[in-house]
Write a protein that binds this ligand. Sequence first.
Ligand code: F3S
Length: 406
Amino acid sequence: MNLTKQEKDMLNGGEGKGVQKAMEILVALGEIYNAEKMAGISSSQVSGVSYKNLGDAGIEFLNDWADNGARIKVKTTLNPCGMDLKNWKKLGIPEKFAENQLRIINAFKKMGIEPTCTCTPYFIGNKPKFHEHISWSESSAVSYANSVLGARTNRESGISALASAICGRTPVYGYHLDNNRKAGLIVNVECELKEISDFGALGCIVGKKAGNSVPFFIFKKGTNTNSDKLKSLGAAMAASGAVSLYHIEGITPEARGKDIILHYDSERIIIENLDEAYKALNSGAKKIDLVAIGCPHASLDELIEISKLLKGRKVNSTLWVATARKIREIAEGRGIIKEIEKSGAFVISDTCMIVAPIEDLGFKTMATNAAKAAFYAPFYCGVDVRFGSLEKCIDAAISGRWNNGT
Ligand code: F3S
């Protein structure tokens, strides 16, 4: 790999042990993937923050790195951790878990990282520009940054994204290069897509078929999209497959003009309906213990919609709505949180239904409108899942039961 003078200096320990370790990780990665050089990055998103995933070894590793002088050089945001940092007691998080989680957060703080703890950093000011090189982990955020914003990142691990944040560099390979951003799978969607859950269901089907190739969607005329639907689509494809970049004809930035973004031998598939995904993501659970909305973290628009659906109603199941703390604060100022919590629901921040230890909180069944959460929850949280539209999920929270249909 061709390294600049400054990069060589970092590698040789000129900026201290912490930076040296970070550069060693990046050089090793670059060599594995035949990168010719590094690029400067404008931001990083670091995943692997929950004590549930990191365990004790992770705490030691991060604290060691921080004590060796690792400090970030670029804007860096953190993924959700295992608990709401302010209201963890209210959610029933065990004391020991909280103690360990805080040791992880403190290690990141020592490195200069603000504990933003959200998977939607693009809603709270970490919004990279078109063609900017970034180094992000968290598969749904990677997909959003690549596809919806047109920035350039590989699907980094928490460690490689952190190493990039510390060096301000990333090895140039994969989705940093034009040729790898071309689509290899054309997807004609012939069915209607209305709800956020429909976009997630579509993502679930296409993610499985695409593997790690780049899909190019052609939607039925009149299909309405918005950032919440697209974040759900990308999150589901990254969960059921390894899709980190997609294009939508006329909508995403690299598919708006006449540029050829297709490989000459692209395959084509047709999606006629979403039944396969709705069936695969639904267990037979009737009684619903937990309804979890906000995967990826809910936007302000979603919070407003939820507050309208809950107006004048009381929940019978536990209802969690996960959102970034900054979005929560904005919503609080507008009276939206009060409106939602009047129903008995909790608006949670810094965490989510997958990375929080919900298996220790007594929940056996969960309903969600997020395909990614529905995909992971049985395995990560040991719950039976129901998956359907937001309205249906809110109805389940009110009645405590799931009625048939999506
Ligand atoms: Fe975010 Fe948790 Fe879903 S990190 S994308 S809310 S699984």
